[in-house]
Design a protein around this ligand. Sequence first.
Ligand code: AP5
Length: 249
Amino acid sequence: MKASCAAEGYVGAGVSSRLAAVRMGLKRPLIFLGPPGAGKGTQAKLLSERYDVPHLSTGDMLREHVSTGTELGRKAKPIMDRGGLVPDDIVLGMVEERISRPDCAEGFVFDGFPRTMPQAQRLDEILAKRKFSKPVVVNFRVDDDVLIRRVAGRRVCSVGGEIYNIYERPPRDDSRCDNDGGALIQRSDDRAEVVRDRLAAFERQTRPLIDYYRSTGDLAEVDGSASVEVVSKKLLEILAEHGADGNRA
Ligand code: AP5
């Protein structure tokens, strides 16, 4: 499919926010870098559905551990609640186990990983060891004032994980998901006082990765402040330009 028409099938918010599913895997793993609220999760979900590959959000994995009360979750919770980054060894163990599963064989989309230089360097080793191609890394650029408004307005379906925004992408019913009727919740780390610390953690620990991936020639950039539809279309163009677009019929 040509990138220019690839966003067809994307028709709006909530239940109908879908790129046409083409089920063709990805030739290269994808990494989405960007600050909180940049739209990484929204776009990762759409692309993973389109290409039929797993959406690997380390934030979602950690929240799952917190909600099921595992030991890992008990360690991570206080760090996440104050907007810090969970230790590298915890996150790397989780990721390495996840990408060893068969459903990752035809590619995957990382959302919010890696976030530190040790994570990025270890990921290079893991991908090489498992014979994956080099990743395509997309940096989402968005100004802080937009990020803060987006995070404040975010609501997430407690059942299927659909992401809404009360300002920009509201559900039909304020408290229920359009797709499955699940209760919509606000993340505990989306409180204004925590968001500042999350932004600071991004600047201090994650921003250096932009230069790292630029130096390896794997970096592409998107203006994440554009509409969801425009960002989706740009991502499909990036995948095509970087030879990542589909590895099965
Ligand atoms: P994580 O869950 O990864 O959060 P994050 O990176 O801070 O990113 P967000 O989920 O806040 O934003 P997003 O970019 O996905 O935006 P979204 O699409 O939802 O991490 C949470 C915590 O877990 C971390 O603080 C840390 O403690 C820990 N953690 C996770 N990974 C880790 C790692 N690798 N190492 C160590 N610790 C780790 O969109 C936001 C809102 O905007 C939504 O309401 C959406 O509807 C709306 N929106 C999206 N796109 C648009 C658009 N184009 N126009 C208008 N509105 C839009």
